[in-house]
Design a binder for this molecule. Structure first.
Ligand SMILES: Nc1ncnc2c1ncn2[C@@H]1O[C@H](COP(=O)(O)OP(=O)(O)O)[C@@H](O)[C@H]1O
Ligand SMILES: O=P(O)(O)OC[C@H]1O[C@](O)(COP(=O)(O)O)[C@@H](O)[C@@H]1O
Ligand SMILES: [Mg+2]
Length: 320
């Protein structure tokens, strides 16, 4: 192999730059050229790329987001688009591609794999909903961002008789909401995977209020409903004054944590070594402390990773 390529696709997350940097430097160490497509599959379709020299990837490790930028491409979802992408790769004499992204991007990687092109996928999504990896890239940084914000909110909550509803990301996934609820000592976590009873929650809040507890913290995943509606119901039935804070895209940015810098570097280095050794069509993953490979075919058929039972059990025991 003489020339490899890398791209970041779908929702960005912290740690993507660490992957790009480690992959480029591993390629260079093996006398292989590395190029980076801008804006994911959209850049691949436009043949928009830059040479990733050692210098081009210096100073990016500590930066959140992705310096190659990310995008969502409708054209790549079409068969014609994917053929064009393959033609561009072959025309530029690219021998292998690393795709960093969420569930959608890994489906895109699998589509190129089905066309016979050597691809390695790297799971990157703050939602931590990608199967066959304990942790996706960016999750740890997002969780740290959330607990920092929630700790600040708890300070002001404790100065008033208020219930705070903090909405965190997760269109279909309650991982961030349930994990951050445990880590911040919240009263409730509302997640898309588990049905919740608003009336029962209001009763419990009212009871706690009467017992002398003057504030409450509820963490809600964005996909589990409307935070303002929950706040209005609490105000009406539990009598608490309520405030809503939507953390939004703040959660996805910022300097990656040590965990994400190391995981990203390991993913980047290993992806290149795998391609150079002839492995293709797999997604890298993390199982406890060990890197694993799973065929992309299994990953895309695996569906959304389920919420960990231990996490749900712990939330129950701790009164969340
Ligand atoms: N089933 C699919 N087949 C081919 N390409 C796909 C498929 N699903 C997603 N993609 C490509 O991956 C891009 C990113 O996917 P998306 O779901 O938006 O983000 P994420 O990777 O963060 O989940 C899409 O814009 C599209 O170009
Ligand atoms: O960047 P956008 O389009 O606002 O996407 C927001 C979504 O992206 C995420 O941060 C990550 O989801 P994906 O990994 O599927 O991209 C979700 O939690 C959130 O709902
Ligand atoms: Mg997705």
């Amino acid at each position: 192999m003489k020339r490899l390529a890398i791209l970041t696709s779908g929702g960005d997350c912290s740690g993507m730059n660490a992957v790009i940097r480690a992959a480029a430097r591993t390629a260079i160490a093996n006398d292989v050229e590395m190029i980076g497509y801008r804006k994911g599959f959209a850049g691949l379709l436009k043949n928009d790329y830059l040479e990733l020299t050692s210098r081009a990837v210096s100073g990016v490790l500590q930066r959140g987001g992705t310096f190659l930028q990310s995008a969502r491409s409708q054209e790549f979802r079409t068969e014609e688009g994917r053929r064009k992408a393959l033609d561009n790769l072959l025309q530029e004499k690219v021998d292998g591609l690393i795709v960093i992204g969420g569930d959608g991007s890994l489906n895109g990687a699998r589509a190129l794999d089905l066309l016979g092109f050597p691809v390695i996928g790297i799971p990157a999504s703050i939602d931590n909903d990608i199967p066959y990896t304990d942790m996706a890239l960016g999750v740890d940084t997002a969780l740290n961002n959330i607990i920092y914000a929630v700790d600040c909110i708890k300070d002001t909550a404790s100065s008033h008789d208020r219930a705070f509803i903090v909405e965190v990301m997760g269109r279909n996934s309650g991982y961030l909401a349930s994990t951050s609820a445990i880590a911040t000592g919240a009263e409730f976590a509302i997640v898309p995977e588990v049905e919740f009873d608003l009336t029962e929650m209001c009763h419990q809040l009212r009871r706690r209020y009467e017992e002398g507890r003057t504030n409450a913290l509820i963490i809600m995943a964005e996909g589990a409903g409307h935070a303002q509606e929950v706040a209005d119901s609490i105000k009406d039935c539990a009598g608490f004054e309520t405030r809503v804070t939507v953390l939004g895209h703040y959660q996805r940015g910022g300097a990656p944590t040590v965990f994400d810098r190391l995981l990203g570097s390991r993913f980047g280095l290993t992806a290149v070594e795998l391609l150079l050794s002839g492995t293709k069509g797999v997604m890298l993953g993390l199982s406890t402390t060990t890197l694993t490979t799973t065929p992309l075919e299994m990953v895309v058929k695996g569906g959304q990773k389920k919420l960990n039972n231990e996490l749900v059990h712990m939330a129950d025991i701790l009164g969340i």
